[in-house]
Design a protein around this ligand. Structure first.
Ligand SMILES: Nc1ncnc2c1ncn2[C@@H]1O[C@H](COP(=O)(O)OP(=O)(O)O)[C@@H](O)[C@H]1O
Ligand SMILES: [Mg+2]
Length: 237
């Protein structure tokens, strides 16, 4: 379903140069650029119906990996194949507009994820109810707390019919009750045979829906296998 082969993603990182008198006069040479490998020769195959968790320290390349799978970043080298549409629930707020109302954001985000407008209209009340934010329907989104915004993002994203679901750090934000609700929803999607890549720092949460984890370290796959084995390696790293 997802097949990455030898995928690298290289970013250019600027470093400010110390200016010489010449540079000051001619205004050049202020920066040099370093090539930085956010992903380094990553190969990963995920079969249809699999739920795979991605773990690793901050900056190890988890979000970059998800973005490459979602087609948001083209890989610098290597090939990416995904059989079917992807519904990305990326970091908070991607696809939201804080200046618009909660209701408008349901449409904005929903349409972005390929949900039909008519369906969003028909289910608006139920979406807001499930997210627990009915009373904020007409409030500007930016007045909602981070947790509430994530709940909305998650609830809308679950409507997407895309066969591949990508969730970046969205699980850990909700309160306990909402987390339980999310887990139940994820299990339902799993039973439907969908495929998912989930990033979270909460390994116990991941282990409730995934049997397989991938440990990333500095852009490289360090470990890929059964949950217990990878968690052990992750904790000892
Ligand atoms: N657009 C970008 N330009 C330059 N560097 C980036 C960009 N996106 C991510 N990076 C860098 O790539 C590395 C991996 O980032 P990321 O995938 O967001 O890590 P994670 O999600 O695991 O915390 C980080 O060092 C980050 O600073
Ligand atoms: Mg990230």
């Amino acid at each position: 379903m997802i097949d990455l082969r030898g995928v690298s993603k290289v970013f250019s990182i600027p470093h400010q140069k110390r200016k010489t008198a010449f540079d000051r006069v001619f205004g050049r040479g202020h920066y040099t650029f370093e090539s930085f490998h956010a992903l380094n020769e990553v190969s990963l195959r995920v079969e249809a119906g699999e739920f795979v968790g991605i773990v690793g320290r901050n900056g190890c390349g988890k979000s970059t990996l998800l973005r490459v799978v979602a087609g948001i970043y083209p890989p610098t080298t290597g090939t990416v194949r995904v059989d079917g549409a992807v519904a990305p629930i990326l970091e908070l707020g991607v696809g939201f507009n804080g200046a618009l109302t909660v209701r408008d954001n349901v449409f904005l985000y929903g349409v972005l994820l390929g949900v039909r407008r008519r369906r969003l209209e028909a289910e608006l009340a139920s979406i807001l109810d499930r997210a627990g934010i009915s009373r904020f329907e007409d409030a500007r989104l930016e007045t909602l707390s981070t947790g509430l915004r994530t709940r909305l993002a998650f609830t809308v994203a679950l409507l997407a019919e895309a066969p591949v679901l990508i969730v970046d750090e969205a699980l850990a934000v909700g309160d306990e009750k909402f987390q339980a609700q999310c887990l139940a929803e994820l299990r339902r999607l799993k039973d439907e045979g969908r495929t998912a890549l989930l990033v979270s720092h909460d390994v116990s949460l991941l282990s409730q829906v995934c049997r397989r984890l991938v440990l990333l370290d500095a852009g490289t796959v360090r470990e890929d296998g059964p949950v217990e084995k990878v968690i052990e390696r992750y904790r000892s790293a």
